[in-house]
Ligand binder design. Sequence first.
Ligand SMILES: NC(=O)c1ccc[n+]([C@@H]2O[C@H](COP(=O)([O-])OP(=O)(O)OC[C@H]3O[C@@H](n4cnc5c(N)ncnc54)[C@H](OP(=O)(O)O)[C@@H]3O)[C@@H](O)[C@H]2O)c1
Length: 316
Amino acid sequence: MQKDSSIYVAGHTGMVGSALVRLLKKKGYINIITRSREDLDLLDQKAVQEFFATQNPEYVFMAAGKQGGIYANTTYRADFIYENTMMQANVIHQSFLSEVRKLLFFACSCIYPKICTQPMREEDILGGHLEPTNEPFALAKLTGMKMCEAYNRQYGTDFMSLIPTNIYGPTTRYANMNSLVVPSLIRRIHKAKETGSSKVELWGSGKPSRDFLFVDDLAKASLFLMEEYGGTVGLNIGTGKEYSIAELAGTIKKVIGFEGEIYYNSTYPDGVDHKLQDTSKINSLGWSAKTDLESGIKQTYKNYLDLLKQGHLSAI
Ligand SMILES: NC(=O)c1ccc[n+]([C@@H]2O[C@H](COP(=O)([O-])OP(=O)(O)OC[C@H]3O[C@@H](n4cnc5c(N)ncnc54)[C@H](OP(=O)(O)O)[C@@H]3O)[C@@H](O)[C@H]2O)c1
């Protein structure tokens, strides 16, 4: 990749896409192509075709997608499978037709079987049934990853895919029912502090553990692969460390300075106990996560306060 290579970041307004744009600019890349959804709806095959034919990007980061927590995944099952499948098919196929040099697609750890030996290794994919709550989303992501693999094998393209764990960091997605675990906890604990509540109730026991990767670390890994490697299809990415939901909530509580109680309502079900990806492959390539949970949460909360101050989010 040259500093003046044309690089299309699809989904640049999202958490991952915006981190990629920040990093590319910081590293001195000067030819970054972005389009808002209003200017280019990635569901529109013809529009995507015209965009690639006129812009001819050399490198593509496919960070656009429909993303959400359990509520959204369970409620909008058709939208999740349709929109993700269409967007990625349009971008991957047009990238092939316009001879993009390298493409990086973001899959998701939900593509692993519901019951899987921990830590989950890349070889375990498609070894069992998916978690039913987000099966439509997971099937779309599996399709995207397999599309990259199939185009590489049939046409000799260099389309890579990453399987990120839970990502958190600066984002604008704090909407009530659709947000992911970190934004949701930040919003609720911040609200409790501001309104003087003595308690925040969380569903489940707080015991299940997950890996949380700061989005700037994901952006660095993505650029590292784009610059240095090729042909890496389906590579796990995470910190390799687990935190329970209670530890995560405790860290957020500390960073926000909330002095009340976090109450775990165990009458609500927990998800799977452990979910940790084996990151030894990406580590052996020379990349590892650098941001610890507390400093990542501090940066995320600072961004949340900035957005509130600037009026980009509705007040608490
Ligand atoms: N966040 C995670 O924990 C995580 C974990 C693993 C994998 N991933 C994957 O990484 C990718 C990026 O995630 P994210 O967290 O950055 O998601 P995000 O914050 O929700 O951003 C999604 C991006 O996709 C764009 N988009 C959605 N539909 C579009 C359409 N029809 N046309 C054009 N653009 C469209 C959004 O544009 P608007 O701003 O207009 O909505 C936004 O820029 C996704 O594919 C996600 O599945 C995320």
